[in-house]
Ligand binder design. Structure first.
Ligand code: 13P
Length: 249
């Protein structure tokens, strides 16, 4: 059985003290979740948050890592450094990284390989922009993103990644994909995985939905057979809202 998961993505929010306060609240609220719970925090929070949560069921993710192993890359943070904090996941391929920091399929391919080489499980994000949805090419876009950055992986390595379908038009906009749109795309993604790696790998791949997922709409999104959980932005910044989404999974 594939794992169910609710993951938070704090993005560039919360200073260290605020982040520690939120992580403490989550630690005290989320005691026996019925799904895997991950929080993605800025790099500077990782070591402190991972230490705080080491005896809790909540795991910690970075929101990015470098596409190089080590060396003279001022300002970058390597996958090895991320892993050394106690984080176990790494969000990669987020549409904000693709759009604002020009992360290409090739760059993301390197990041995924480096994360895996350092025992970090990638939460790999894919999804189309509004114009692509409007012109009906969303399936082609998502297929190209998978082929460009993760379908090079061995079956064993592919089995370690979590996918997140995040339609860009739904991120931070309050425009959620309908449960039917989410299910259709998740089923399509699973069919691509089956064609590439076989039914068993496809059945075992966790595919999250992200994009204006909140305490109100989470249950109907998660009720779809191919939606295994959520990647939550804004609503992961309040312990109460995030806990409610976890309870809906
Ligand atoms: P929102 O939940 O704020 O729409 O963000 C989703 C997202 O980008 C998670 O990675």
């Amino acid at each position: 059985m594939r794992k169910k998961m609710v993951a938070g993505n704090w993005k560039m929010n919360k200073n260290l003290q605020e982040g520690m306060a939120l992580a403490t609240e989550l630690k005290n609220t989320i005691i026996n979740p019925t799904c895997d719970v991950v929080i993605g925090t800025p790099f500077i929070h990782l070591a402190s948050v991972a230490e705080l949560l080491k005896d809790s069921p909540i795991q910690v993710a970075a929101e990015n890592c470098a596409d190089k192993e080590k060396g003279a890359y001022t300002g970058e943070v390597s996958a090895e450094m991320v892993a050394s904090t106690g984080a176990t996941y790494c969000i990669l391929g987020h549409s904000e990284r693709r759009a604002y920091y020009h992360e290409t399929y090739e760059i993301l391919k390197e990041k995924v390989l480096l994360a895996l080489a350092n025992n970090l499980a990638p939460i790999f994000c894919i999804g189309e922009v509004k114009e692509e949805r409007e012109s009906g090419v969303q399936n082609d876009v998502v297929k190209a993103q998978l082929e460009g950055s993760v379908f090079n992986l061995s079956k064993e390595d592919f089995g370690k990644i979590v996918l997140a379908y995040e339609p860009v038009w739904a991120i931070g906009t309050g425009l959620t994909a309908t449960p039917q749109q989410a299910q259709e795309m998740h089923a399509y993604i699973r069919s691509l995985i089956a064609a590439k790696y076989g039914e068993e790998v496809a059945d075992n791949t966790t595919i999250l939905y992200g994009g204006s997922c909140n305490a109100k709409n989470a249950a109907e999104l998660f009720a779809n057979p191919d939606v295994d959980g959520g990647l939550i932005g804004g609503a992961s910044l309040k312990a109460e809202d995030f806990a409610a989404i976890i309870a809906a999974r």
